[in-house]
Design a protein around this ligand. Structure first.
Ligand SMILES: Cc1ncc(COP(=O)(O)O)c(C=O)c1O
Length: 482
């Protein structure tokens, strides 16, 4: 049986129980309520409760003991011990980015590689049928109109209207005039950076942060000032406060919702405090909300832009994580920096590809986007659970990992002495790509970390890949101890 959102009741119940376990409502190895007790307590049927326990067992969250019932699996302990915040020197630094980043970029496009290193949703989870239908149904005349000429530099007006409609629940005062369409979120971030700062300037970034963002800063000739970042609450605001007293800062990059790689959602009071701290010094915020729709909780997390009353937040996002990265349709809401951002865009590419914009605008008009997002969120959340369960089952005990509030990646601290770069090379020989953590910082604080993405379709090959990575790490531990 399914609930009103189309979710099977046993999955709904399994999610609820797992949520309680993750919050620490049960101790390790504690017995879960009997089937009968849970039926009485929750009102679900005996079959549903039984199926829910079997589901949790499949996820590696509980184990059944013969004639005794269901128990919390000891290895779930890791969920409650995420990696801590790493302290490091806070000085502006040239971004040093290892050449391995190029190999990782190649991995993303290689068909034979199982891509656990990237943050991307599998094609089967995207609404290609609908997109294909719209692609075929664009009349010849409209295609001619769309591709002839240079169109509006801010982007397709219908698309901008649809984007402002989508944002209405979280940033109600945005209009289509505030939006500039870009070639993905990467383009939005890089245009924003160029519009608010100059080479040799210093920008604040989270540590760890996405390596391709670090690449953007590097290529702009700027200094990055990495701020220690808590896996639950985000940028350490005390450090930000201190740095603002000591250094001249041109801008602050922040990825407050479903951050890549840590997966946290920064609490609202901290988002507002960050806006205040930077606002007092007139420092613009470049907000990356590309994974904001992939939250696991009940409500869409707020962007910082929501409270931006003087246009100092440049809000960047795209459809890459939820619709199709290959379309390269993103946008920036640049606030008071509209004029320089638009100028940068004109210098760089004049306009964004018009057919792609028309396709997305037509698809959004159909009105099924929210349904697609709901379904996608459910799928990604489930895949996160399967991935966590597989890691619990196959990785050595002495790891720590995040329990993300959304997004598509798990950040793992490896056993001491196991180097993430070496893990990358070893698993690559087995046809698997992961992201070694050292690429996420200019300090040597994440050498023993890796990021695993769970956005791909979860099947036996994924479980097998996690097992292969786990076995390789175990053998590295053994070698180190021998
Ligand atoms: C945090 C973050 N920002 C930006 C991007 C890039 O987005 P786009 O493909 O729209 O350029 C990614 C993609 O992985 C990402 O994880």
């Amino acid at each position: 049986m399914k609930n009103k959102n189309g979710k099977f009741l046993y999955v709904e119940l399994a999610d609820r129980i797992q949520g309680q376990i993750e919050k620490g409502a049960f101790r390790l190895s504690e017995k879960l309520p009997s089937l009968r007790a849970l039926c009485q307590k929750t009102g679900y049927s005996m079959t549903t409760v039984f199926q829910a326990y079997v589901e949790l067992e499949k996820r590696g969250v509980v184990e059944s003991r013969h004639r005794s019932g269901y128990f919390i699996k000891a290895s779930l302990e890791r969920l409650r011990h995420p990696p801590g915040m790493q302290q490091h020197e806070m000085v502006p630094k040239r971004v040093n980015l290892d050449d391995l980043i190029h190999q990782l970029t190649e991995d993303m496009g290689s068909p034979g590689i199982l891509k656990l290193g990237s943050v991307a949703v599998a094609p089967v989870h995207l609404p290609f049928k609908s997109l294909h239908k719209h692609l075929k149904s664009i009349p010849k005349k409209q295609i001619a109109n769309v591709i002839a000429g240079y169109a509006h530099p801010q982007g397709d007006a219908r698309l901008r209207q649809q984007i402002s409609n989508l944002l209405f629940p979280i940033i109600p005062w945005i209009s289509m005039e505030d939006i500039i369409v870009t070639n993905g979120c990467t383009d939005a971030l890089s245009l924003s950076l160029k519009a608010v700062s100059s080479p040799q300037d210093t920008v604040i970034v989270e540590s760890p942060t996405d390596p391709w963002l670090r690449q953007t800063i590097k290529d702009s000739g700027m200094y990055a000032l990495e701020i220690p970042t808590d896996p639950h609450t985000g940028l350490d605001l005390q450090s930000v406060e201190r740095i603002l007293e000591q250094e001249k800062i041109a801008a602050c990059f922040v990825n407050p919702n479903c951050q890549n790689p840590l997966g946290f959602i920064m609490p609202d009071d901290r988002k507002k405090k960050l806006l205040d701290l930077l606002g007092n010094k007139s420092i613009p915020i470049i907000e990356n909300d590309v994974c904001g729709d992939l939250y696991f909780g009940e409500h869409r997390p707020n962007p910082i832009k929501k409270w931006d009353t003087n246009g100092s937040v440049l809000y960047c996002s795209s459809f890459s994580k939820v619709l199709a990265p290959g379309l390269r349709v993103g946008w920036v809401i640049p606030g008071r920096f509209k004029e320089p951002v638009l100028r940068m865009k004109l210098n760089r590419s004049l306009i964004s590809p018009t057919l792609n914009q028309a396709l997305v605008a037509n698809y959004l008009k159909e009105g099924t986007y929210y349904r697609h997002l709901r379904k996608l969120r459910g799928t990604i959340k489930l895949q996160h659970r399967y991935c966590t369960a597989a890691i619990n089952k196959h990785f050595p005990e002495k790891i720590k990992m995040t329990s993300p509030s959304g997004g598509q990646s798990i950040w793992i601290e490896l056993p001491r002495g196991v180097n993430g770069r070496e893990v990358y090379y070893k698993v690559k020989k087995e046809g698997i790509s992961i992201l070694p953590g050292f690429l996420c910082t200019s300090f040597n604080i994440f050498d023993e970390y890796i990021r695993i993405g769970y956005g791909g379709e979860w099947d036996k090959s994924m479980e097998q890949a996690i097992k292969t990575i786990g076995d390789i790490i175990k053998s590295m531990v053994k070698q180190k101890n021998s």
